[in-house]
Design a protein around this ligand. Structure first.
Ligand code: PGA
Length: 249
């Protein structure tokens, strides 16, 4: 089991309505957050304010994206300073859906991470290989290149959680095996040890994402380098999400 505090993120993506968000928050408020466990949910930006206002304080709230400026003529964007203003302490950056559909580069994700941290917003930085990359045996190259995009732009990793999310596992029901995930997490930790510092490698949380559910979470959580999960689909079902939150107990 991981020696670090467990971290569970719920990524709602572009899902929900006023009514659904209300019932999700009611369900989440019943969750008992265990000791040494951090829980953060990421609603769509439109609902973030009402979620923060109605969700119990033991559960953190994250945005799903943020920009590299504090304010200005950037139509449609949200700044980490504005998130902070609403009491939002986290942001998910570099999710594979943003890389794929919105063309976000490793460098841009690194810039966004640096800006969010500067504004006092903690970052869940997402990386992960595509199926063809895994099949071509370049997984380690891809994920360390993506991690370098972040490492090149920041010095302090205290408020960063790295989410390893193989693209082939996201929303597919095809979860990585605990061994597959552990192997990549070890690769990432070794890369951090060599290229950043041993201290950062030992302390940074590396969480797994991609078809995590109430049935497979406990086994994944036994691995020493899996420090938690980023959960998509199952985070929309409070009972399942609760099971995942309790997975390490
Ligand atoms: P999933 O999504 O749990 O629905 O596979 C994970 C994610 O994209 O963070």
């Amino acid at each position: 089991m991981s020696p670090r505090n467990f971290f569970i993120g719920g990524n709602w993506k572009m899902n929900g309505s006023v009514a659904q968000v209300k019932s999700l928050v009611e369900g989440l408020n019943k969750i008992n957050v265990p000791a040494q466990t951090e829980v953060v949910v990421a609603p769509p930006a439109l609902y973030i304010d009402r979620v923060r206002a109605n969700l119990k304080k033991e559960i953190g709230v994250a945005a799903q994206n943020s920009y590299v400026k504090a304010s200005g003529a950037y139509t449609g964007e949200i700044s980490p300073e504005q998130l902070k203003d609403l009491g939002i302490d986290w942001v998910i950056l570099g999710h594979s859906e943003r890389r794929e559909y919105f063309g976000e580069s490793d460098e841009f994700v690194g810039e966004k991470t640096a800006h969010a941290l500067k504004a006092g917003v903690s970052v869940i930085a997402c990386i992960g290989e595509k199926l063809e990359e895994r099949e071509a045996n370049v997984t380690a190259d891809v994920v360390t290149r993506q991690l370098k995009g972040v490492a090149d732009k920041i010095n302090d990793w205290t408020n960063v959680v790295v989410a390893y999310e193989p693209v082939w596992a996201i929303g597919t029901g095809k979860v990585a095996t605990p061994e597959q995930a552990e192997e990549v997490h070890v690769t990432l930790r070794n890369w951090l040890s060599t290229n950043v510092s041993k201290e950062v490698a030992d302390s940074v949380r590396i969480i797994y994402g991609g078809s995590v559910n109430a049935k497979n979470a406990a086994e994944l959580a036994t691995k020493p380098n899996i420090d938690g999960f980023l959960v998509g689909g199952a985070s929309l079902k409070p009972d399942d999400f609760n099971t995942i939150v309790q997975a390490r107990l």
